[in-house]
Design a protein around this ligand. Sequence first.
Ligand code: 3HC
Length: 313
Amino acid sequence: MVSEHQTTFDETIAADEKIEPRDWMPDAYRNTLIRQIAQHAHSEVIGMQPEGNWITRAPTLLRKAILIAKVQDEAGHGLYLYSAAETLGVSRDELQEMLHSGRHKYSSIFNYPTLSWADIGVIGWLVDGAAIVNQIMLQGASYGPYARAMVRICKEESFHARQGYAILMTLAKGTDEQRQMLQDAVDRWWWPALMMFGPHDSESTHTEQSMDWKIKRMSNDDLRQLYVDQTVPQGEYLGITFPDPDLHFDEESGHWRFGEIDWDEFWAVVTGDGPMNRERVAHKKKAWEDGAWVREAATAYAVKHAAETAKVA
Ligand code: 3HC
């Protein structure tokens, strides 16, 4: 016998309306959202490391200022998303522990090193570009706080992608050495960017259920294809080539067809054995530990302030 709660939940999803924090929801829906939103937040925070690595080495003061603004945005995205996750009844400390212990993931893309300034441009163009494709879709997610966080984040992501592409336009019009630096970065980041969209739909653990619940509105493979179709022409404009001999435009379908992802590499990186996984998590843990005194001071102040306010009232 389907409960009244379940019926109301199903009708809300079917009507394309939002589930809000105080609404009844199946535990499995809640847990899938905690998993995805928390890992999304973890990705934003860990994602500050690869780009942060170049703040002190930006080629001009203007580029340094832009990169600082972008990295700061990513921290803010993480905070929005942790706040959205907290509406589901989980604490930020619990989520940090899940990340630090390896029980929560973060996006595979952030486990690759940033070897040159061109990487910073390619991350803006390819990585934030992939995030935009995914996050525009998530603006339609059935869980209200998540969908609304995406609206704000997508506005800032477009600045991230534009600033990255502007860096690459400079390099593409520069010296042979700058053009080679650009091509080398594309060669290293193209396939990891395609991996951001997850395994094939046929291999995906969560896609079918997440689409039934309208958390996901498009599948991993459909989003990946949308991304490739919009990105390849941008690369052609830059004068770069993509490291995929199978990449070609299919007139009949109107899509860019591309080669097979190295799924052994994907799962190795996802399960912790990528080029930078250990460094990324160790750095994150140290930052959390180093920041403990700030959290303690802020909590102590809040308790003292509340006590003084209560006395006055
Ligand atoms: N990296 C790490 N883990 C991945 C992954 C990736 N690229 N792709 C899939 N996985 C994991 C999933 O988390 C899942 O593991 P879990 O059950 O332990 O969580 C498993 O592989 C199976 O994958 P599924 O496709 O079944 O999982 P999902 O339905 O959750 O789809 C997803 C994966 C497409 C990443 C989805 O979770 C999603 O859309 N998440 C929100 C967006 C997000 O997290 N983006 C990360 C980048 S954020 C970013 O780029 C910030 C920007 O400002 C630069």
